[in-house]
Ligand binder design. Structure first.
Ligand code: NAP
Ligand code: ZN
Length: 326
């Protein structure tokens, strides 16, 4: 039912985030089945409640990683709803009344207007969908940790959904960008297609050694357990490493390279609603969207297998209308 504060969306496209894969395989241990994943949702508003002022039927809208929060705590008041202790995820979550939430691998969703975004006209609906998680998850820490100064050198570890959007957003901020990847075959695409300035194969010790102490910041999007020592070594004195990946086991934190170079390791969740809108508008202005492989829902199992092998260029997006056509 569409309540007074709600917007009903006809879903057109939904991105496939690695978090969907972690969730549906219960890697994090808190999946409550049945689960319908999907938190990079783009669609059209088909119905709005009587208190809805931000949207009207027919508007192009988006929904990201969250669909609720307490609205009154310090975080909510500071537009950091994503850090509210009562934040409600778009799927694999429950509402205060006990009902369960299902995500965007679907043709419809009903969401409180506060958690609905205006989707800019000049962003492609399909390739723009991944911005709703991948985009904000890399944009928010770049802003918060002060990683936007033109000319500074950013390393992006892991060239998948988050990583490739990080490259594009960082280039728009005027940064020098180096991709750090476990897949040497991604080198030419990283540079020629995505616009990175250089590429480091993490499996090449000589190249890794030659880059020691060369980076101001690193955004780490690796989805699996991996050593931090090589990444921390790439940072200059006072360098910052922000970890965004969510492997199911803890990463080991080597303190020697941290202490000896006054380096900082931080984390970051996706982002609040205000900042997510700001990011969408920023991407629209700079013509930034994801590089996608459009699939039908009946291709999702193959897509998930490929995602697990880091074999995606660079985000799968489900075409919902096409999936429903015969
Ligand atoms: P993705 O598209 O699968 O990309 C992850 C990349 O990590 C892969 O393409 C691969 O890049 C690298 N990688 C994977 N396994 C590796 C291994 N064993 N060793 C080294 N590198 C490896 O995933 P994504 O959707 O970008 O998400 C990345 C991570 O961020 C996931 O854990 C996801 O759950 C998490 N996430 C967090 C937030 C947040 O709020 N903080 C939001 C969204 C997603 P290369 O081939 O280049 O090495
Ligand atoms: Zn996600």
């Amino acid at each position: 039912e569409n309540g007074d504060e709600d917007v009903t969306l006809k879903i057109l496209y939904c991105g496939v985030c690695h978090s969907d894969l972690h969730n549906l395989t219960n890697e994090w241990g808190f999946t409550s089945y049945p689960v319908v994943p999907g938190h990079e949702i783009v669609g059209v508003a088909t119905k709005v409640g009587k208190n809805v002022t931000k949207f009207k039927a027919g508007d192009q809208v988006g929904v990201g990683v969250m669909v609720g929060s307490c609205k009154t705590c310090e975080c909510c008041q500071q537009d950091l709803e994503n850090y509210c202790s009562q934040m409600i995820f778009t799927y694999n979550s429950h509402n205060p009344d006990g009902t369960k939430n299902y995500g965007g691998y679907s043709d419809m969703i009903v969401v409180d207007q506060r958690y609905v975004l205006r989707f800019p006209d000049n962003l492609p609906l399909d390739a723009g969908a991944p911005l709703l998680c991948a985009g904000i998850t890399v944009y928010s820490p770049m802003k918060y940790y002060g990683m936007t100064e033109a000319g500074k050198h950013l390393g992006v570890a892991g060239l998948g959904g988050l990583g490739h959007v990080a490259v594009k957003i960082a280039k728009a901020f005027g940064l020098k960008v180096t991709v750090i990847s476990s897949s040497p075959q991604k080198e030419s695409e990283a540079i020629n297609r995505l616009g990175a300035d250089s590429f480091l194969a993490s499996s090449d010790p000589a190249k890794m050694k030659s880059a020691i102490g060369s980076m101001d910041y690193i955004i780490d999007t690796v989805s699996a357990v991996h050593p931090l020592f090589p990444l921390l070594s790439l940072l200059k004195v006072n360098g910052k490493l922000v970890t965004l990946g969510l492997p199911n086991k803890p990463l080991e934190l080597p303190v020697f390279p941290l202490v000896s170079g006054r380096k900082l390791v931080g984390g970051s969740d996706f982002g609040g609603m205000k900042e997510t809108q700001e990011m969408l508008d920023f991407c629209a202005k700079h013509n930034i969207a994801a590089d996608i492989e459009l699939i039908r829902i009946d291709e999702i199992n193959t897509a998930m297998e490929r995602l697990a092998r880091s074999d995606v260029r660079y985000r799968f997006v489900i075409d919902v209308a096409d999936s429903l056509s015969q």
